[in-house]
Design a protein around this ligand. Structure first.
Ligand code: SF4
Ligand code: SF4
Length: 311
């Protein structure tokens, strides 16, 4: 190794912090352990991935990050706070916090790319930044890298900070001393299981995506949703935060300082009337750089109509 490892690790972590990341940890690249693979396979076999068909693909890549980058030695896990400083006013249809501001894929990609370049410069090693869409088990690696533990609501809980964090990874050929994994648990708490309006969570910590509103309202583009969705949708038009809002770990969530995640004007004024009057072209322009663009025009209107039906 041509460099003192501890210095490199500190440099990477301080650069991550200066880019705004709230947590950064390292895990050694190796295949995902058998238990985690079996749990994931069982979830798929039971059809609990619902409309998330992509979850069944790239099995090999998901199993072993070494397949994402030749010679990979370390997964660097990073977390970025998106808990809002301002919230939607009464009368607007509810948007999940993660979709309040600029599309997190764009924001994270920019930050990860910058950090990747930095790592390449100081280590002369290869890197591959991964944002959401890459087939990597994000929460698994974040837990291994010591960032937090996976709660019953299936979110990564950062001890003392909560779960309103985007996750990103950089797979690198640099060998960095792994951090201690995080072994926290939810203990006896089951608040999210009770709070879930759709009954999508189990005590064992499995989410049934075929019932999860976050999945149904965002990734399911069918013309119609099952009738029961209208009974539990409330005023949620984009996603659902219920199992995070009720979590004691989020009781003291601190607002993000990332300006890009501040709610856009479109989100702050998103009423049913506004959606009904919106043309396809307007939708495209308004949400061009928002995660809401992934919903599609038709799906946003379908969701809004479901809320209208409930009134
Ligand atoms: S996002 Fe909403 S519907 Fe999905 S598991 Fe959490 S509380 Fe339930
Ligand atoms: S609400 Fe309770 S059970 Fe659910 S994730 Fe938070 S701590 Fe865990």
């Amino acid at each position: 190794m041509p460099y003192p490892n501890y210095d490199i690790a500190s440099l990477i972590k301080s650069q991550a912090a200066s880019l705004g990341f709230d947590a950064c940890g390292f895990a050694a690249v190796e295949p995902v352990d058998d238990e985690a693979v079996a749990r994931y396979d069982r979830w798929l076999e039971q059809g609990r991935n619902g409309c998330m068909q992509w979850a069944a693909g790239h099995r090999d890549l998901r199993r072993d990050p070494a397949m994402l980058l030749e010679g990979a030695r370390t997964v660097i896990s990073l977390a970025l706070n998106y808990y809002p400083a301002r919230f939607q006013p009464p009368g607007t249809l509810r948007v999940a916090y993660y979709a309040y501001g600029r599309d997190y894929h764009e924001v994270l990609r920019e930050k990860l790319t910058e950090l990747s370049h930095f790592i390449e410069q100081i280590t002369h090693c290869a890197t591959r930044p991964c944002v959401d869409s890459a087939p990597i088990r994000e929460r698994y690696w974040a837990q291994r890298a010591g960032l937090g533990f996976v709660g019953r609501n299936n979110c990564l809980m950062l001890p003392g900070k909560g779960s309103f964090f985007f996750l990103g990874e950089i797979v690198t050929t640099a060998q960095l001393t792994p951090d201690e994994p995080c072994f926290g648990t939810c203990g006896d708490c089951g608040k999210c299981v009770t709070a879930c309006p759709a009954g999508a969570l189990s005590e064992q910590g499995a989410v049934d995506a075929s019932r999860c509103l976050s999945c149904l309202l965002i990734e399911n583009h069918a013309d119609e949703l099952p009738a029961w969705v209208g009974e539990v949708i409330g005023d949620r038009v984009v996603g659902c935060d219920e199992c995070q809002l009720c979590c004691p770990h989020n009781a003291h969530a601190v607002a993000t300082t990332v300006e890009d995640f501040a709610p856009t004007e479109a989100v702050m004024t998103l009423t049913r009337e506004r959606i009904e009057a919106m043309t396809a072209g307007e939708f495209k322009r308004t949400f061009a750089h928002s995660a809401i663009s992934r919903l599609r025009y038709k799906t946003l209107r379908r969701n809004a109509a479901l809320i209208a039906d409930e009134d």
